[in-house]
Design a protein around this ligand. Structure first.
Ligand code: C2E
Ligand code: MG
Ligand code: MG
Ligand code: MG
Length: 283
């Protein structure tokens, strides 16, 4: 009897301790269905050049349109997709969606715009990753220079990553380091690997005008990047103080809610149209 009670208690305890456990299992099971039913869509967040104020790039950010639960953000399912390996086919699907959209914008007369795509470590486990990516991009008749590949520091440091990165770089893709400075990292890879760009993480940007240490780290990052001829973009910029600090310290590009949240493609089309109109490149 005491034993039974113990069991019951444990079950209750378990559920309270980890209220998301059931949800996690449910997500795991339905990710495969989601892929088959084409339930993933891509939002795009504009990246703004500090010197001109123009939209010079977009980051592709996946969303899951769940039939009953609505729009699910990537943090709720990408980690599970990574754990199960489903991130490999899902990642490929995302790249296809991005390439379709990029082709559609170009066919509509917009000048080509750079789109950044996030890659997971598991995708690099594929021996032919570079070939697969360039084949999808080629099928859509896109120039690789307009596809930027975002990878994280932990991924960069992995053994065996280097050939794929060098091959992608040789094919003309841009390589950028996401969430720069937040993981176990060594500046050594900036020397060894073909990196074009770093993305200053939102956790540092948050400290601007509030924490001198964050400011010092950002200034140091910008200095290193400038000496290494790397482009720098700051992520998660929300306030005027943050923007002007980054401007004053010669950060090249800004991505953040102060300008735009990630938006569905149709809204980006309107944005591109108004920008082309201002510049007079598309009638
Ligand atoms: P990330 O690649 O670092 O993307 C930037 C995240 O910061 C996005 O969240 C974006 O909406 C958010 N963000 C941008 N500016 C601001 C701001 O000013 N304030 C705040 N509070 N947030 C801002 P999102 O779209 O929820 O994506 C979260 C993460 O999920 C991404 O972080 C990335 O690690 C992952 N992810 C998203 N899409 C993909 C994908 O297609 N493939 C893979 N492998 N991972 C993805
Ligand atoms: Mg990213
Ligand atoms: Mg990031
Ligand atoms: Mg991230």
């Amino acid at each position: 009897r005491a034993k039974d009670e113990g069991k019951n208690q444990f079950r209750v305890y378990d559920v309270t301790l980890n209220p998301n456990a059931e949800e996690t299992i449910e997500i795991k099971n339905s990710l495969r269905v989601a892929l088959a039913n084409d339930e993933f869509i891509v939002y795009y967040q504009p990246q703004i050049a500090v010197d001109t104020g123009q939209v010079v790039g977009l980051e592709a950010l996946v969303r899951w349109v769940h039939p009953t639960r609505g729009l699910i953000p990537p943090n709720d399912f990408i980690p599970i997709a990574e754990e199960t390996g489903l991130i490999v086919p899902i990642g490929e699907r995302i790249l296809q969606l991005v390439c379709n959209q990029s082709r559609a914008w170009q066919d509509a007369g917009f000048p080509p715009i750079r789109i950044a795509v996030n890659l997971s470590a598991r995708q690099f486990a594929q021996k032919d990753l570079s070939q697969r990516i360039s084949s999808i991009v080629g099928k859509h008749r896109l120039d690789p220079q307009y596809i930027e590949l975002e990878i994280t520091e932990s991924l960069v440091m992995k053994e065996g990553m280097q050939p794929a990165l060098h091959s992608l770089r040789e094919k003309g893709f841009t390589i950028s380091i996401d969430d720069f400075g937040t993981q176990y990292s060594s500046l050594n890879y900036l020397k060894l690997l073909p990196v074009d760009k770093i993305k200053i993480d939102r956790s540092f940007v948050k400290g601007i005008a509030r924490d001198r240490k964050d400011e010092a780290i950002i200034v140091a990052m910008l200095l290193i990047a400038s000496r290494l001829n790397l482009t720098v973009i700051a992520e998660g910029v929300e306030t005027v103080e943050q923007l002007s600090f980054l401007q004053q310290n010669n950060c090249h590009e800004i991505q953040g809610f102060i300008f735009h949240k990630p938006k569905p493609a149709e809204q980006i089309t309107e944005l591109l149209a108004s920008q082309s109109h201002r510049k007079g490149t598309v009638s």
